[in-house]
Design a protein around this ligand. Sequence first.
Ligand SMILES: NC(=O)c1ccc[n+]([C@@H]2O[C@H](COP(=O)([O-])OP(=O)(O)OC[C@H]3O[C@@H](n4cnc5c(N)ncnc54)[C@H](OP(=O)(O)O)[C@@H]3O)[C@@H](O)[C@H]2O)c1
Length: 295
Amino acid sequence: MTGKILVTGASGQLGSRIIHHLLTTQGLPASALVAGTRDPARLSDLAGKGVATRRIDFDDAASLKDGFAGIDRLLVISTDALDGAGTRLRQHRAAVEAAKQAGVGRIFYTSLPGPDDSLITFAPDHLGTEDAIKASGLAYTIFRNGWYMENLFMALPQALASGQWYSAAGDGRLAHIARDDIARAIAAGLASPPAENVTYTLTGDTARTTEEIAALVREVTGKPLAVVHVSDAQLAEGMAGAGAPAPYIPTFVSFDANTREGKIAMVTDDAKALSGTSLTSLEEFLVANKSALLT
Ligand SMILES: NC(=O)c1ccc[n+]([C@@H]2O[C@H](COP(=O)([O-])OP(=O)(O)OC[C@H]3O[C@@H](n4cnc5c(N)ncnc54)[C@H](OP(=O)(O)O)[C@@H]3O)[C@@H](O)[C@H]2O)c1
């Protein structure tokens, strides 16, 4: 490999673990990597290990022109700009265009499962980005990242405290996957891409209903936890009452609706096949995080 691998969003939770796995699990030399972030001062640890850092901000075209120069493999980590005003798609399109101008050898992107058929409010950002990548003519790898196990922290601590887990997901199934297992799989895909364009869907290996997840949580924590099945409107009302920020409530509700309608029930072998190891099970994750769930 002559050019370097650049990971954007390198100070984020996923980006930092991907770089960790590139260096350790994949054994790449620090000199092969570039860590891109809006604030390189936050990456002093990586710089100390010999990883080059560059300022990359999808809102700043100059940072992309300079930052993508000489890069062979570019991982664009989707941003957290969920303002509903098209910011994220604009950011990602700017990154794809700059990648094309810079002549990167291959672009990699973190999408979400089934973006063309998803009920999640921000799915069009991902579909639009995938479309822009395909239209760019660049070689590509798309990682459609399943739901992190860590997302359960959005609901479970409060649910365990009250003993009631309000859900509009019905009997829909979801195969959560640990964030670090996604990072390990992406690092493997970055280190050894195939010749052709490829789209992976990275899921856990068991799709469970909310009732089944609650049963596991009861078993691990020893605490009572009943699933209270509610409608989308009731869930939204409950979230508003609990102080959730109003602009984000439709997005939170769309997660459950998407699950209920079976749009994220898929289970694939992609994560395991890429990383060549077994995945963290939900039970292992819950055991490891038991005390945090109960605080
Ligand atoms: N599959 C799931 O369950 C799930 C859950 C949560 C999020 N996500 C998605 O996956 C992404 C990574 O997840 P995470 O856990 O690492 O979230 P995170 O820690 O919140 O990371 C947010 C990322 O967005 C980057 N970013 C924000 N604004 C940017 C900009 N203007 N230009 C370039 N990068 C920008 C940040 O990079 P710097 O701060 O380093 O610049 C950071 O890497 C999220 O941004 C989101 O799109 C997926």
